[in-house]
Write a protein that binds this ligand. Sequence first.
Ligand code: 5GP
Length: 204
Amino acid sequence: MQRKGILYVISGPSGAGKGTVLAEVFKKVKDLHFSVSATNRAPRANEIDGVNYHFITDEQFDKLIEEDGLLEYVSKYGNRYGTVKSEVEKMIEECKDVVLEIETTGASNVKRMLKKRVVSIFIAPPSMAELRARLEGRASEGNSNRELRFNTSIHEMMCAYYYDYIVVNDNLNDCVEKVVNIIEGERCKVKYNRHLIKEILNKK
Ligand code: 5GP
């Protein structure tokens, strides 16, 4: 018997390095799946439709909401982002562990809905000065968007109090190692593995 899937919700301010950290984590952790969100924002130069996001139109986003196709959704930085219900439900049914890379409001909604199966991890920058420097180095964002993202990050940092884990991304390798350890550690919790005890006892 296989245990049910765990939902890892990962958040952190823009510039904390979630994307880079997650890319490394996915190389190291086996059997981990990424939930591809839907957004109506335009793809960035390096982004691929269906891999980073499902890039959809405003009308398609409205339709997804109407059809109750989103587990949660938010408007942020003038765009909309949402977790595709069918994507997450399918993976959970298939006993897969899923990563949701979503912002803090969505994270708290998912935690409220699926409490027992959700592990939330907050990736934080080492300081707000470092965060600002990282955002200023980002070519993909315009000046006003960068400022908006920085101001939002102060509120997002306050939300970190409600997460299960906080990992500071000062050194990439250390941060990745900690996130990997959290994921692997959670997988060993008895609450997800009760079936193992019976299986071991009955094994010839
Ligand atoms: P970006 O435009 O930088 O890709 O994402 C902006 C913010 O939206 C990030 O904080 C990201 O975590 C968040 N985000 C991406 N997908 C979702 C989603 O499906 N739901 C929610 N609530 N936030 C999302």
